[in-house]
Design a protein around this ligand. Structure first.
Ligand code: ADP
Ligand code: MG
Length: 240
C-alpha cells in the first residue's frame, strides 16, 4: 500500500534521510521508533508531500506520488495524517473541523459532509461532541477528533506522528484504543510513536530508524526481545 524506495532528504548540507526503504502492506499497522532527530517526522511528511524528498520514490497503492502530474490534494486525501499537536481549527466546532476538507476539497454537500463526519465521530466515540469547540475538549478528545477528521476522507493509508506525545499520561490510552479499533477495521497505518508497549502489543511490524535510515525492521518480538543491532538493543533497552 505504501512503499518508500531509497528516500533521501537534505536540508542544505544536513542529510536527514539517507536512503529509507520501507513497505507497509494493506491493513498493516507498522510502528516507527527511534531517537529524536533520526528523521521519523521528515519521513512521514514525505509520504503525503508535506515535504518534498530530495531523491527516491514514494509509492502509494501503485502510484509514484512524486511524479509532477500528480495532484497533491488527491494525495493528501489518500494519505491521512494525524499530528502530535492535533492542529484543529479553534474557531470551528468539531463538526466544522471534520467537514471542512469534505466540503472544500471533496466538494460534498453540507448534509452529506455532516453525515460522514458523524459516522467518523461515532468511530472515535465522540458522536455527542459534534457541536463542541476544541477548547471545550480534553487533549485526548481533541486528538480523537483529529483522527476522525483523517478517517472521514476515507484515506488508503493513515500516518500518525507521535499522536499521544502531547497528552497527559491518563489520556494516552483512549487514543491508542481508537487506533487499535481502526486497525481491527483494516486501516493501513504507519505510526511514529514513543509508546513502546503499544508498538510491542499492537504493531504487525516495527521499524527502528536511526541516523536517517531504517537500521532494523522486524516483528515486535524480534525488535523488542531479540534485536540484532547494537543501536536497536541500546534504544529499546531503555524502555523494556
Ligand atoms: P524525528 O522526527 O525523528 O525527531 P525529524 O524528521 O523531525 O526527526 O528531524 C530530523 C533532522 O532534520 C533534525 O536534525 C532536524 O533538526 C532536521 N530538520 C527537520 N526539519 C527541518 C527543516 N525544515 N529545516 C532544517 N532542518 C530540519
Ligand atoms: Mg518527530
Amino acid at each position: 500500500m505504501l512503499e518508500l524506495v531509497e528516500l533521501r532528504k537534505s536540508y542544505g548540507s544536513l542529510d536527514v534521510l539517507r536512503g529509507v526503504n520501507l513497505r507497509v502492506y494493506p491493513a498493516e499497522l507498522v510502528c516507527v521508533i527511534g531517537p529524536s532527530g533520526s528523521g521519523k517526522s521528515t519521513m512521514l511528511r514525505c509520504c503525503n508531500r508535506l515535504e518534498e524528498p530530495s531523491d527516491g520514490q514514494v509509492v502509494i497503492n501503485g502510484q509514484d506520488i512524486m511524479r509532477s502530474d500528480v495532484d497533491v490534494n488527491q494525495v493528501r486525501q489518500n494519505v491521512g495524517m494525524v499530528f502530535q499537536h492535533f492542529n484543529l481549527y479553534p474557531h470551528l466546532n468539531v463538526l466544522g473541523n471534520i467537514t471542512l476538507a469534505l466540503r472544500q476539497v471533496q466538494k460534498k454537500s453540507k448534509a452529506e459532509a455532516e453525515t460522514i463526519a458523524q459516522e467518523a465521530l461515532a468511530k472515535v466515540g465522540l458522536a455527542h461532541k459534534a457541536s463542541a469547540f476544541p477548547s471545550q475538549l480534553s487533549g485526548g478528545q481533541q486528538q480523537r477528533v483529529g483522527i476522525a477528521r483523517g478517517i472521514a476522507l476515507k484515506p488508503q493509508v493513515m500516518l500518525f506522528d507521535e499522536p499521544t506525545s502531547a497528552l497527559d499520561p491518563e489520556l494516552v490510552d483512549e487514543v491508542l484504543q481508537v487506533m487499535r479499533a481502526l486497525r481491527d477495521e483494516g486501516m493501513t497505518m504507519l505510526v511514529v510513536t514513543h509508546e513502546m508497549a503499544f508498538a510491542h502489543a499492537a504493531a504487525d511490524r516495527v521499524i527502528f530508524m536511526d541516523g536517517g535510515v531504517v537500521a532494523e525492521a522486524g516483528t515486535p518480538a524480534e525488535i523488542f526481545e531479540n534485536p540484532q543491532q547494537e543501536r536497536t538493543r541500546s534504544f529499546v533497552g531503555r524502555y523494556m
